[in-house]
Design a protein around this ligand. Structure first.
Ligand SMILES: *Cc1c(COP(=O)(O)O)cnc(C)c1O
Length: 243
């Protein structure tokens, strides 16, 4: 069995165990492979081993690999920071965009989706750690953004996504995950027009078991499936920051 296959199976087992501990059904949690800097062969292996979703965080990388049919047979999402001028490459091409954090992005996605005659599902990204370096809406700005979502008939907000601060010790992010789950439940109760709260995208390689215990419906794993990324080789982000 290849290393990637073993890693996928281990991640699924970890998700199932964490879900069981929290009294949840493992089928409520989807495993997303964050495939950045991995080629079509590695991606196809992960898909064959049973990941539920593939996702890129850079538009250019998505377009290149999509043209090579790297995601064949798998649901594809976009998880990276998104600029307005790149929206046109994603709408209708991915089933879920995780990283919407402004009305300007909502309106551009709406415009492009309307032109295609479709409704694009998106998540609102929340900067739960309040870090200046991270994108995402501040929790206190969510009500306004959620209110605006009702004006865009070709966009549907289906949940929330977050990238909490990097952990310095295991378990540190549980508080952020709990706060995200509280927001998720609160928003669902308020029943905003054109907003569903079905998806809570949180948890990465180092903290996904905690995210599942706290209610994640999608966990996003890169390193845990594919091994460490070689940023030096690719010429960027040597400090390990997300690209
Ligand atoms: C790369 C990436 C991940 C996965 O990170 P790992 O720590 O390698 O699991 C998750 N979410 C986003 C947005 C990413 O860019």
């Amino acid at each position: 069995m290849s290393v990637i296959t073993e890693n996928v199976l281990l991640a699924k087992r970890t998700i199932a165990e964490a879900a069981a501990e929290a009294g949840r059904d493992a089928s409520e949690v989807r495993l997303l492979a964050a495939t950045k800097m991995n080629g079509p062969e590695a991606i196809r292996e992960a898909v064959a081993a049973g990941v539920d979703i593939c996702a890129e965080n850079r538009v250019q990388e998505f377009l290149e690999k999509n043209a090579m049919n790297a995601y064949s047979g798998c649901d594809v999402h976009f998880i990276g920071h998104l600029q307005r001028n790149k929206v046109k490459y994603l709408v209708g091409a991915v089933s879920l965009i995780h990283s919407v954090d402004s009305e300007s992005l909502l309106s551009e996605i709406d415009r492009r989706a309307a032109a295609l005659g479709i409704v694009q599902d998106v998540l609102l990204e929340v900067n739960i750690g309040g870090e200046a370096s991270k994108s995402g809406a501040a929790p206190e700005d969510l009500p306004e953004l959620l209110g605006r979502a009702g004006e865009f008939s070709h966009v549907r907000v289906t949940g929330l996504m977050t990238i909490p601060p990097a952990e310095t010790k295991p378990g540190e992010n549980r508080n952020y995950f709990r706060r995200m789950h509280d927001l998720f439940v609160d928003i669902r109760r308020k029943k905003y027009n054109n907003v569903l709260m079905n998806e809570l995208s949180m948890g990465m390689s180092s903290d996904y078991a905690d995210a599942v215990r706290c209610g994640a419906t999608i966990v996003r794993l890169g390193t845990a499936l594919f091994g460490a990324r070689n940023y030096d080789k690719a010429g960027g982000a040597p400090d390990g920051t997300l690209r």
